[in-house]
Design a protein around this ligand. Structure first.
Ligand code: API
Length: 283
């Protein structure tokens, strides 16, 4: 089949974006793996599929597939590129957009400077939602927040719709991202696997971050990973409520007011979204 697509990137996290608002999406996992392959296809970290919304409360639905063909719950950098795409392709005249993903409704705003601010929804700490099975593990409390011993590291666990395990390291450049990352991703305490974050606290309002993503491996940036790292840092008492996140692909701004009595507010993420090229491919 002949497929039209747009290649995009948000802080270096790159995507193949497919407009499925006019014809149903019908790629097989094998075709998605081919599309995502950096030698035999176009190459990307994730494939984003834009569909009409069946719900009047949302303008669109947006599906995310890792480059392995696995469908996942959320992609923060992808959400920003989604907004850029629907505006540039005149699929909407709005600049403030509601979109439904697999398990949450996002509110996004295209800023005048071209950056996009996404209300990523509230973080979720309930283990069943992650899912995280701490069987046999004893956490250490830091500022009242649980850090769990996983593969010799201490990780904060949080869902942004997708699961994250974030550890604090002294130096992201020398952190064992490529060796420990896959071990954490596949650790038995995470039945649906997990994205593994490595966060260096540079100041109370600035961190450096590398993420070994579930399925995709290390990406240049991970939007939900940036949200997860800041949330863990705030709850552990290491960070203030507005943080610049330095990733290998660019800068993201994350804001979170926290919460109390188990009720947590939304995480706001602001960052770039860039079109690279339009293309067609025979799959
Ligand atoms: N690999 C992630 C999905 C993409 C997340 C990342 N690209 C982002 O920007 O949030 C997962 O399996 O949950």
């Amino acid at each position: 089949m002949r497929l039209r697509f747009t290649k995009m990137q948000g802080a270096g996290n790159d995507f193949v974006v497919i407009d499925a608002t006019k014809q149903p999406f019908s790629l097989t996992p094998e075709q998605m793996r081919r599309l995502g392959d950096r030698r035999f296809g176009v190459g990307c970290d994730q494939i984003l599929v834009i569909e009409p919304s069946a719900d009047s409360g949302a303008d669109f639905r947006y599906r995310i597939f890792n480059n392995t063909g696995d469908e996942v719950e959320h992609c923060g950098n992808g959400a920003r590129c989604f907004v850029r795409f629907v505006v540039d392709h005149q699929l909407t005249g709005k600049r403030e957009i509601h979109v439904d993903t697999m398990n949450r409704r996002l509110f996004l705003k295209l800023q005048d400077d071209g950056r996009v601010t996404v209300d990523m929804g509230a973080p979720v700490f309930e283990h069943a939602a992650l899912p995280f099975d701490p069987e046999g593990l004893q956490p250490r409390l830091v500022n009242g927040f649980e850090l769990w011993p996983v593969d010799g590291a201490e990780v904060g666990v949080v869902s942004m719709g997708n699961p994250h395990a974030v550890q604090r390291v002294d130096d992201v450049e020398t952190a064992p991202v490529l060796t420990q990352g896959p071990r954490i991703e596949h650790h038995p305490s995470f039945p649906r696997r997990v994205n593994a974050g490595f966060m260096q606290v540079l100041a109370r309002d600035r961190i450096a971050l590398r993420v070994f993503e579930r399925d995709a491996g290390e990406t240049l940036a991970c939007g939900t990973g940036a949200c997860a790292a800041v949330v863990v840092g705030i709850r552990a008492g290491w960070l203030d409520n507005a943080v610049e996140v330095q990733t290998r692909g660019g800068l993201l701004r994350i804001e979170w007011a926290g919460g109390d009595n188990g009720r947590f507010g939304p995480v706001l993420m602001t960052g770039p979204a860039t079109k690279v090229f339009d293309g067609e491919i025979e799959l």
